[in-house]
Design a protein around this ligand. Structure first.
Ligand SMILES: Cc1cc2nc3c(=O)[nH]c(=O)nc-3n(C[C@H](O)[C@H](O)[C@H](O)COP(=O)(O)O)c2cc1C
Length: 383
C-alpha cells in the first residue's frame, strides 16, 4: 500500500494522517503508546492531570517508542469565587442522588477546581513533546512561541472562523476544526457553545477556504471512509476520539464500554450538567434527570467536583447511570478492536475509499455497473 501523506502528517512522520484524539480521563499511556507504535499521532488529554503525572505518562510512552505524541490542555479561566447561594442551590440539586447512592451529603467546594495550567505547561516544556494542543481557549502568543521554540508544533480547537483566526494570531501551527458532531466538551470560547455547532463538513470547508492554518478535522469520524472524506475536504489530518474509546487500551470502565457498544444512531446529546460546560455524550440517567429538573450547576470546572463522587460507587455496581459518557454522533460505528488492529483497519479503509473515488472517474464498464446493481436496473430489449 502506498503511503498517504499531507504536509502536516509528513512533518510528524505519520504513516497515516491520523491523530488519536486527546480525551481527558481515557487516554492512558497504553493507548497513546499503541497509537504511536501504529504510526499515528498519540495524544494525552492532560486537563485534569498533575504535572508529575504528565511527566510520568510521557516517560511511559518514551520507554516503548520514539514516535511523536501530543500533550493537550484546557485553557479555561478558573471561575470567580462562587457565591454561597449558588453553592447551596447546586448542592441541594445534587443531594438526592448522593442520598440514593449512600454518599454523605455534598459539601461546599473551594478552589482551585483544576490543576494549575502554568505548572502543567512547565511540565510540558520539560517533556518537550512533538505536539502541544489546547482546548476551550487560546494561549497568549508568547506562551505559544515558547512551546514552538522548544520544538513543538502547536495547535488549538476552533468551532468557528473567529476562533481559527484567534489561533492563527497567537502563532499556532494548525487548527483542530471541531465539528458539532464531536464527542466531549465543545471547544468554543468566543461564542455561546450552543450556537457554535457547525458540522465537521461545513466547518472544515469554511476553514480550508479561508486559507489560514492547516486544518485537522474532528467530529463524527469513525472509519477510513470518514478519514478519506475529510482529506477530500482539504483537511491535513483527521482527529478521532470516540473511535478509540472501545479499544482495550483506553481508560474506559466496563459499564462505559458496554454503553458505547450498545449505542444507537440517536444516542448523544449536549449537556452542561456534569462539568458546567456543554459537552456531547451518551444520554444516560443522570443526563436525562438533570435536564428534566434543570438542576442548578456550579461554573466549569467546579461542577465536576460535585458529580465525580457519584461515579466510583455506581461503576462498582456495573452501572453507567452517573458517568459522563462523552461520545460523538457516530458512536454507533464503534468497534472493540485493539489500537493496532483499529489503525490497520482505518488505513485499509482509507485507501479503499480513495480507490473507490478514483474508480468513479473511469469510464463505466459493464462489469463495474453490474457490481453496483445498476446494470440490473437497465431494461433488457424485447426482441
Ligand atoms: C471522552 C472524550 C474526552 C475528550 N476530552 C478532550 C480533551 O481532554 N481535550 C480536547 O481537546 N478534546 C477532548 N475531546 C474531543 C476530542 O479531542 C475530539 O475532538 C473528538 O473526540 C472528535 O470527535 P469524535 O469523538 O466524534 O471522534 C474529548 C472527546 C471525548 C469523546
Amino acid at each position: 500500500m502506498s503511503a498517504l501523506r499531507t504536509a502536516l502528517s509528513a512533518r510528524l512522520g505519520l504513516a497515516l494522517p491520523l491523530f488519536q484524539a486527546p480525551m481527558a480521563g481515557l487516554t492512558t499511556p497504553a493507548l497513546v503508546a499503541a497509537a504511536v507504535r501504529a504510526g499515528v499521532l498519540g495524544s494525552f488529554g492532560c486537563a485534569y492531570r498533575a504535572p508529575a503525572d504528565i511527566e510520568a505518562d510521557a516517560q511511559a510512552v518514551r520507554a516503548v517508542t520514539d514516535g511523536p505524541f501530543n500533550l493537550n490542555f484546557f485553557v479555561a479561566p478558573q471561575p470567580d469565587p462562587i457565591a454561597p447561594d449558588a453553592q447551596t442551590a447546586a448542592l441541594d440539586a445534587i443531594a438526592p442522588w448522593y442520598r440514593e447512592i449512600g454518599l454523605p451529603p455534598p459539601q461546599p467546594l473551594h478552589g482551585p477546581y483544576a490543576p494549575d495550567l502554568d505548572a502543567q505547561l512547565a511540565a510540558a516544556a520539560r517533556v518537550a513533546p512533538a505536539v502541544v494542543t489546547f482546548h476551550l481557549g487560546v494561549l497568549p502568543a508568547e506562551r505559544v512561541q515558547a512551546l514552538r521554540r522548544a520544538g513543538a508544533l502547536v495547535g488549538g480547537s476552533a468551532t468557528c472562523l473567529d476562533e481559527a483566526h484567534a489561533l492563527a494570531a497567537a502563532g499556532c501551527d494548525f487548527v483542530v476544526a471541531q465539528g458539532g458532531e464531536a464527542g466531549g466538551h465543545r471547544g468554543t470560547w468566543l461564542r455561546d457553545p450552543h450556537d457554535a455547532l457547525t458540522g465537521t463538513l461545513a466547518l472544515v470547508r469554511l476553514l480550508v477556504r479561508d486559507g489560514g492554518l492547516p486544518v485537522v478535522a474532528a467530529g463524527g469520524i469513525m472509519d477510513g471512509d470518514g478519514i478519506a472524506a475529510v482529506l477530500a475536504l482539504g483537511a491535513q489530518a483527521a482527529q478521532l476520539g470516540t473511535a478509540f474509546i472501545a479499544c482495550p487500551e483506553s481508560g474506559a470502565s466496563a459499564p462505559q464500554r458496554a454503553a458505547l457498544l450498545a449505542a444507537r444512531d440517536d444516542a448523544t446529546r449536549l449537556s452542561d450538567k456534569f462539568t458546567g460546560k456543554p459537552a456531547r455524550g451518551l444520554v444516560n440517567r443522570f443526563m436525562r434527570e438533570a435536564r428534566d429538573h434543570d438542576i442548578a450547576t456550579l461554573p466549569f470546572p467546579a461542577q465536576l467536583g460535585l458529580t465525580a463522587p457519584l461515579r466510583a460507587p455506581t461503576v462498582k455496581q456495573g452501572s453507567a447511570d452517573f458517568l459522563s459518557l462523552w461520545a460523538g454522533q457516530a458512536v454507533a460505528l464503534s468497534r472493540a478492536l485493539a489500537v493496532a488492529d483499529l489503525v490497520a483497519a482505518l488505513t485499509a479503509e482509507t485507501h479503499a475509499a480513495l480507490d473507490r473515488l478514483q474508480a468513479l472517474r473511469e469510464p463505466a464498464s459493464a462489469s463495474a455497473l453490474a457490481s453496483t446493481g445498476v446494470a440490473s436496473a437497465v431494461p433488457t430489449p424485447v426482441s
